[in-house]
Design a protein around this ligand. Structure first.
Ligand code: PHE
Ligand code: NA
Length: 453
């Protein structure tokens, strides 16, 4: 590792830029595609409550810890954890956080890019007017037709991957910042608009009940695992993306305040997405348990019946695609910044190398909806397996290690200085990161293994 590379470590143009970029990473398919569909599969309100509890008690202190480690190390997660371990006088084994993160990002991107491809293909369908006045059966047919067709799935998966590599290759300032500035406000406006349209529909009241009146009879050990996993997934937490973005964060910016902003934005958009999707589900007598196709079978239906729906559908799927895009680039960033800082490999080359290997695994994920549908393990196909293990196991495990290192290994003076916290505020963070959050992850894991019956 030469000093020259580290001096080249880039920085955001300011505080807002950090929040925007991290929110760009956080807000993505997790909010608009995944949250509604896993909420639907897990019974609604009770799931939402467990998810919010995980967010508050477990994910928030870990998010603050991850940003803090990144900014302290001013480096990519692998080299950065090595530096922090040296400073703390502990084993470099903690670098496993960085290695695991790079692997997790690679695994997530492989299926994320497939779903981003779905969103892109829906831009095309919207532009062709495919949704205008379409019946539920027609809309369902469009989705089944897409996932049943290996050729078009692979085409859109490839487009998504090329888009991702192109931005990563351009670097932090040029590529990552710009996209979020425009996307985030627009996305919120459109969702609010759709929400307003929904208020008058017959499905609105049942939808609110479904989302906010918890029915704990349907809660299982897996519900906890999925809710916890989603708290990590939706915040891009536990795999180094937030660490790497934190490393580009200028000093003197409050980590806690920025972290809270990111969580509020991400959660707000997820809940809003739910409040847009479920009224459509109930107004049309559909089942909330549609699985991964949920938003692709509901949004077009409502949009197809609305005045201006043709244009709104185009704009909405463009925005979903952009939201996915700004998340996808953050999945590759830890690997790319490592390859640059460790070996001096140019962004263009490393982005292409990482993109190609991720693309290959993504091909298997895409084909698991059709040709490889019979290839299953524990009742899950390749796509389902990738989705389940990354979000529900690898991210919480990574997050737990991050919290343990930040609280138990890093000198307290360092963490206090970096966080800008003193007194009870510092102690609160410390207790949450040292004990509550790791314990929470451990309990959910043990529960998932059936230890508590
Ligand atoms: N947070 C992103 C989303 O909600 C997904 C993601 C996970 C991105 C992990 C980066 C790292 O869509
Ligand atoms: Na998210």
């Amino acid at each position: 590792m030469s000093a020259q590379h580290l001096e080249n470590h880039p920085e955001w143009s300011g505080r807002l830029a950090f929040i925007l970029a991290s929110a760009g990473s956080a807000v993505g398919l997790g909010n608009i595609w995944k949250f509604p569909y896993i909420m639907g599969d897990n019974g609604g309100g009770a799931f939402v409550m467990i998810y919010l509890a995980c967010l508050l008690i477990v994910a928030t202190p870990i998010l603050i810890s991850e940003v803090m480690l990144g900014r302290r190390a001013r480096s990519n997660p692998i080299i950065g954890m090595g530096k922090l371990a040296d400073q703390a006088g502990v084993s470099r084994g903690w670098q496993v956080i960085g290695w695991m993160g790079v692997l997790t990002g690679f695994l997530i991107l492989s299926f994320y890019s497939v779903v981003m491809g779905w969103a892109l293909s829906y831009v095309e369908k919207a532009a062709n007017g495919a949704f205008v006045g379409a019946s539920p059966d027609t809309i369902k047919g469009l989705f089944d037709g897409l996932v049943g067709n290996p050729g078009s799935l692979l085409f859109w998966h490839t487009v998504a991957m090329v888009m991702t590599v192109a931005v990563v290759a351009r670097g932090v300032r040029g590529g990552l910042e710009l996209a979020t500035r425009i996307m985030m406000p627009l996305l919120i406006v459109i969702l609010v608009l759709l929400f307003g349209y929904n208020i008058g529909t017959p499905g609105f009241a049942p939808a609110m009940e479904f989302m906010f009146a918890p029915d704990f009879s349907r809660v299982t050990a897996e519900t906890f695992l999925v809710a916890l996993g989603h708290a990590f997934f939706t915040l891009s937490l536990g795999m180094g993306a937030i660490m790497v973005y934190g490393s580009y964060m200028p000093r003197g910016t409050s980590i806690v305040r920025a972290g809270i902003w990111i969580i509020v934005l991400d959660t707000g958009i997820a809940l809003l997405a739910g409040m847009v999707i479920f009224p459509i589900v109930f107004s049309n007598g559909m089942s909330p348990e549609q699985g991964a196709g949920l938003i692709f079978q509901t949004l077009p239906l409502a949009l197809g019946q609305m005045e201006w729906g043709y244009w709104l559908a185009i704009v909405l799927f463009v925005l979903v695609s952009i939201a996915a895009w700004t998340s996808a680039i953050s999945l590759v960033e830890p690997a790319v910044s490592y390859l640059w800082e460790r070996f001096g490999i140019r962004r263009l080359h490393s982005a292409i190398a990482v993109g190609l290997s991720t693309w290959s695994l993504g091909v298997l994920a895409a084909l698991s909806f059709n040709l490889l549908g019979d290839l299953t393990l524990f009742g899950k196909n390749v796509f389902g397996l990738l989705e389940f293990t990354t979000a529900n196991i690898l991210l919480p495990a990574g997050g737990m290690l991050i919290a343990l290192f930040a609280a138990w290994r890093m000198p307290r003076a360092d963490s206090a200085e970096e966080l800008g916290l003193t007194g009870w505020r510092y102690r609160l963070w410390w207790w949450l990161a040292a004990i509550v959050a790791p314990l929470g992850v451990a309990l959910v894991f043990l529960n998932g293994l059936g230890v508590f019956g």
